[in-house]
Design a protein around this ligand. Structure first.
Ligand SMILES: Cc1cc2nc3c(=O)[nH]c(=O)nc-3n(C[C@H](O)[C@H](O)[C@H](O)COP(=O)(O)OP(=O)(O)OC[C@H]3O[C@@H](n4cnc5c(N)ncnc54)[C@H](O)[C@@H]3O)c2cc1C
Length: 405
């Protein structure tokens, strides 16, 4: 149970009930930190899916979340990149197989609604966690605590605030942290599909001149699609009726999965890249898209967000164990250091991959093709890329290694 008045320096508030915020709240609470999660259920259903890679499933297992949703996830055993640009210098098809690195699967793909439901179910089981279905109206950091005032008028104070409040983060502004942002001339259409041919546990990323068209397996003969388009085409395609959209998807996927049926629910997401200049300041630590936004290439975004949540959980719980203030400058500086290389390297690689797709500049197209050619042909390089995808060298917090906090 949460004590009425936790000792000074020992309590946390998580602002934002998306997947990153829920994971952070569960990590803090399982580590013994009295935590309040402030978040409202989403106004619109999120029809996206997440390919959980890089230790994310292990972390969710360790936190007691994975058993609540594993049956709804599909394994990713093979990942293919197909150059569908039709350009002069095309890259060869690159195929990654989990067996090459002695694994059954790279990870698991799950619909966000099932993942968030499982996280919420686990959150409700934890004695140290209070869930307040509301929004933060203001966040005010002071020398020894942060005050969060809710839309309801209730006031909360804690030694540490986790800003998990997405792209337009109020917490980031309150911490005085600037963010470097760039919009792309692209939108992502998301939809789930049923198909007549099996996916054989393989995802396929077609690289087209407007961006990737990615099919990722779901349980049974179902897959999720993320189709990155330029704004005019996104407008045309996203407003097609179900039958016409299914036919367009079948054409774009070269009938890889046979006859397509589009399931109800579509999402359209403007794409861009954003990185906070610091991941923590003034007793506020940023996680998930409050800290970094990257385009949906190579399924990295939320995996980074889960590593953020695991890292701040690890550092704050260690501080509590040593009797330190969990929101001190030292804790925040460590958290920033723990996340910088992982977020920086992945954001840069994904940004580069996306921009080389969009460019008309022939030498850059050639370099991209050469890079993928080398990955395809050089076994040790390909295996190194795969290992980096499932166990990032720059950051493997304890939860990702299966160690409790
Ligand atoms: C098309 C697409 C496909 C993707 N596919 C993948 C993938 O396969 N793998 C992967 O790893 N990542 C993927 N991503 C990225 C992933 O979806 C995001 O990283 C993830 O959803 C971000 O989660 P979050 O919890 O940080 O933010 P959000 O899900 O945006 O949650 C933020 C929450 O904070 C709440 N909030 C905001 N302000 C306040 C406030 N003042 N008070 C209280 N609550 C507040 C919001 O209501 C929201 O619930 C994809 C992204 C896109 C666009």
């Amino acid at each position: 149970m949460i004590p009425d008045k936790p000792a000074r320096g020992t309590s946390a508030i998580v602002v934002g009930g998306g997947p990153a915020g829920l994971t952070a709240a569960i990590a803090l609470a399982t580590g013994g930190i009295a935590t309040v999660l402030v978040g409202k259920p989403p106004a619109r259903a999120d029809n996206r899916t997440t390919a959980l890679l890089g230790g994310s499933v292990t972390a969710l297992e360790t936190l007691g979340v994975w058993p609540l949703c594993a049956a709804k996830a599909a394994p990713l055993k093979v990942m293919r990149i197909v150059d569908d640009t039709g350009r002069l210098w095309r890259a060869p098809e690159v195929k990654f197989s989990a067996r090459e690195i002695d694994r059954d699967a790279f990870g698991y793909n799950i619909e966000n609604r099932h993942l968030v439901a499982a996280l919420m179910q686990r959150a409700h089981q934890l004695g140290h966690l209070r869930i307040v279905e509301n929004e933060a109206g203001s966040v005010v950091p002071e020398a020894d605590a942060v005050t969060v005032t809710l839309q309801s008028g209730e006031t909360l104070t804690a030694a540490l605030v986790i800003g998990a409040d997405g792209r337009k983060s109020l917490c980031r502004t309150a911490a005085g942290i600037a963010s470097d942002q760039r919009e792309y001339p692209q939108l992502a259409l998301t939809v789930c599909l049923t198909h007549s041919r099996p996916h054989r546990d393989a995802s396929t990323e077609f690289h087209t001149p407007s961006g990737p068209f990615t099919l990722v397996p779901l349980p049974g003969q179902r897959s999720s699609l993320v189709w990155v388009l330029d704004p005019a085409r996104a407008d045309d395609i996203s407003t097609l009726d179900d039958a016409a959209l299914a036919a367009a998807i079948e054409r774009a996927s070269h009938s890889l999965l046979g006859k397509i049926t589009v399931e109800p629910g579509r999402g359209l997401f403007p794409l861009g890249v954003a990185t906070a200049r610091a991941f923590a300041a003034r007793r506020i630590a940023l996680v998930g898209e409050a800290a970094h936004v990257i385009p949906p290439i190579g399924a990295q975004g939320l995996n980074l967000g889960l590593r953020d949540a695991a890292s701040i959980g690890e550092r704050a719980v260690a501080a509590l164990g040593h009797g330190e203030d969990i929101g001190s400058d030292a804790v925040l500086a460590d958290y920033d250091r723990m996340r910088r290389a992982d977020v920086g390297s992945r954001s840069m690689a994904i940004d580069l991959m996306n921009r080389t797709l969009l460019t008309d500049f022939l030498p850059v197209q050639g370099l991209r093709g050469l890079g993928l050619y080398m990955i395809d042909r050089i076994g040790p390089l390909r295996r190194a890329v795969m290992r980096e995808g499932v166990a990032p060298g720059a950051a493997q917090p304890r939860l990702m290694r299966g160690e409790a906090l």
